[in-house]
Design a protein around this ligand. Structure first.
Ligand SMILES: [Cu+2]
Length: 303
């Protein structure tokens, strides 16, 4: 009996568990996720806009399938044992204390699962620390409670991003520019599409954290230390993040907004800021924001 139970039942359980896990991931993941910001009812990660974020999403789904499969497998096994080997159904219990093959299996299978997880995990780490040659470098400094972004290779101008209050958001929304609550800022960071951006991240007072989930970027901003990450956005649009290190009373109100635009638009914007023409830079951005809002509406309607 024990032999038959060991050979047939766990295999069937395992197969059911893996299939159920795969179905849950496939249904819940991409359907509810948003691009560049979270969406109501979202379950999965935000949709990726860089290769690193895409790999993080894949790795997350892969590990989730394993987790769900193991949970379902153990649960079914416990239910089976409780029913099949209850005192009523099995009045004289077996005196077995050792079973070499099952002991080998419960040692080898977990090791194999960990190796299966370790290989893509190290590959992903390697990609995150690859630092391809930069086309652009931006230095982000976190302050209580806003972000300042310097462009050292474009004349060193700086863009301070302060969260928009409701009145200013409504003014933008009236113009047709989306300005989500707790995410929209007065001065967005602008980067060209398909270019490698090196982010240098530091802080001026306490520890903050610079992050854009759709880029797969998250880095502590530590006073007196400069950390680095990189991203290469493959999609145009607006991508939001929020300070992710508890930094004081307005921690929840220092969002990060990165606008990814065509290279010529970026060049015009950077040239305007270099010439200290903030009004022109703002006009360029508003125009792009309107265009991008239009295309995302068209994309939504086509869905
Ligand atoms: Cu902060």
């Amino acid at each position: 009996m024990l032999k038959r139970f060991l050979s047939a039942t766990p295999m069937a359980f395992a197969a059911t568990a893996v299939m159920a896990a795969a179905v849950i991931i496939a249904l819940a993941g991409p359907v509810l996720a948003g691009m560049g910001q979270s969406t109501p009812g979202q379950i999965g990660l935000q949709l990726p806009a860089t290769q690193v974020a895409a790999e993080i999403n894949k790795f997350h789904d892969f590990v989730n399938i394993i987790i769900i499969a193991i949970t379902i497998f153990v649960m079914l096994l416990m239910v089976y044992v409780m029913v099949r080997f209850s005192e009523k159904k099995n009045p004289t219990p077996s005196k077995t204390t050792h079973n070499t093959s099952i002991e080998v299996a419960w040692t080898v299978i977990p090791i194999a699962i960990l190796v299966m997880i370790a290989i893509p995990s190290f590959k992903l780490l390697n990609l995150q620390y690859a630092y391809p040659k930069p086309d652009l470098t931006i230095k982000a400094t976190g302050y209580q409670w806003y972000w300042s972004h310097e462009y050292p290779d474009h004349g060193g101008f700086a863009v301070d991003s302060i969260m928009l209050q409701d009145e200013d958001r409504q003014a933008l929304i009236k113009k047709g520019i989306p300005a989500p609550r707790l995410l929209a800022v007065d001065n967005e960071i602008v980067v060209p599409v398909n270019k490698v951006v090196h982010m240098l991240v530091t802080a001026g007072d306490v520890i903050h954290n610079w992050t854009i989930p759709s880029f797969g970027s998250k880095l502590d901003a530590v006073p007196g230390r400069v950390s680095a990450t990189w991203f290469k956005p493959e999609k145009e649009g607006i991508f939001y993040g929020q300070c992710s290190e508890l930094c004081g009373k307005d921690h929840a109100f220092m969002p990060i907004a990165v606008r990814v635009v065509k290279e010529n638009v970026f060049n015009d914007w950077a040239a305007a800021l270099k010439a200290k023409d903030r009004k022109k830079a703002k006009e360029i951005l508003e125009k792009v924001a309107l265009e991008q809002a239009g295309t995302s509406k068209v994309a939504e309607a086509a869905r």
